[in-house]
Design a binder for this molecule. Structure first.
Ligand code: OSB
Ligand code: MG
Length: 372
């Protein structure tokens, strides 16, 4: 595959409402997009990094920098060296990026843009390429920390009216038992309910977290710090609520370690966090073989990242509803045709590559800068 060039594009997307987690409040999504141009097709990759390194160590300016200095040049070197078969090999791209430590979200954006361009050239959808098994996926929604319990109940009620199949509440010390109890009391025992702490607790909070057991949660996501695999294993032995890891799982190797240690019984897979869709599929395969459920997380993606996540979420091991919400959960105007829930599900795109394109006029309006 001949690459004509790669564009880094920064866009600013106002969120429909502030999104508060234990690590901060987001009001605008500052997104880095990659566009790979070839004579036959264009490929898109959305970088999951946020403006500040609070969820993980990556941040948008850092991702742009490492792409410019190291990752894009490494791919250029690879593609300038003809493969023995003469064929483009996405796994060779994956291997060429591997020596650079970390920067998984930057790697994922680049690999995805190349994968998209290559799949579009061959006319195959990302979903088919990855091994998707379903035409639609059930959707959950992640509900931020609110200023009051009544405000939370109103927000949850609105999402349930829209058809969301499960509710995830963001929690932190001081906003945990009371909101969970209120949501359970109001919406009943059948509501699929889970919580996400984004690493806000420590092992010393175990007696407090054990009180969540009374509320029959699907899972508690990432209660402790990302490198606390041993502590998560200790917690998992002491509470009934299943432990799910997000920030801790950077790769299939981490997933294997977490499974061996008993640190989790469920994994949230985010392609950005693990360096791309190839690694995401490896984690899916590993988890499935071990009877560990997985679901697809999100990073407040635009329609471009959402389309690719839906393809992944259609794999057979994704047995729990993900954070693949509809476009209007995030943005009044998405940069693609909006994804709209139907009966609590989103359709898996079927077109070549990620299956969606940005709407040119909208993309232009939200663009802050471009670099070729
Ligand atoms: O921990 O899953 C998380 C959003 C940004 C960063 C981290 C997380 C989240 C979410 C929302 O929970 C996921 C989404 O709806 O895209
Ligand atoms: Mg999370």
């Amino acid at each position: 595959m001949k690459i004509t060039g790669i564009e880094l594009r920064r866009i600013a997307m106002p969120l429909v409402a502030p999104f508060r987690t234990s690590f901060g409040t987001e009001t605008d999504r500052d997104v880095l997009l990659l566009r790979v141009v070839t004579p036959d097709a264009e490929g898109w990759g959305e970088c999951a990094a946020m403006s500040a390194p609070l969820y993980n160590s990556e941040y948008v300016d850092g991702a742009a920098d490492v792409l410019r200095r190291f990752l894009i040049p490494a791919v250029k070197t690879l593609l300038d060296t003809p493969a023995p078969t003469g064929q483009f090999d996405i796994h060779a791209v994956n291997r060429a990026l591997h020596p650079f430590k970390g920067h998984n979200m930057a790697k994922s954006a680049l690999e995805t843009a190349l994968l998209d361009a290559w799949l579009r050239t061959g006319g195959q959808s990302l979903a088919t390429y990855l091994g998707a098994a379903a035409p639609t996926v059930p959707c959950g929604v992640s509900v931020g920390i609110m200023t009051s319990v009544p405000a939370l109940l109103e927000a949850v009620d609105g999402y349930l009216q829209e058809g969301y199949q499960r509710i995830k509440l963001k929690i932190e010390p001081g906003w945990d038992l009371a909101p969970v109890q209120a949501v359970r009391d109001r919406f009943g025992p059948d509501l699929l309910l889970q919580v996400d702490a984004n690493a806000a607790y420590t092992l010393a909070d175990t007696p407090h977290l054990a009180k969540l057991d009374a509320h029959d949660l699907l899972l508690i996501e990432q209660p402790f710090a990302d490198d606390d695999l041993v502590q998560h294993a200790a917690l998992a032995k002491q509470i009934r609520t299943p432990v799910c890891l997000d920030e801790s799982i950077h790769s299939a190797d981490h997933a294997a370690a977490a499974i061996s240690l008993g640190s989790c019984s469920i994994i949230n897979i985010k392609p950005g966090r693990v360096g791309g869709y190839l690694e995401a599929r490896r984690i899916h395969d590993l988890a499935r073989a071990h009877g560990i459920a997985v679901w697809c997380g999100g990073m407040l993606e635009t329609g471009l990242g959402r389309a690719a996540n839906l393809a992944l979420a259609a794999l057979p091991g994704f047995t729990l509803p993900g954070d693949t919400s509809g476009s209007h959960r995030y943005f009044a105007t998405d940069i693609t045709e909006p994804f709209i829930l139907q009966n609590g599900h989103l359709p898996v795109p079927t077109g070549p590559g990620i299956g969606v394109d940005p709407v040119p006029d909208i993309l232009r309006e939200v663009t802050v800068s471009t670099e070729w």
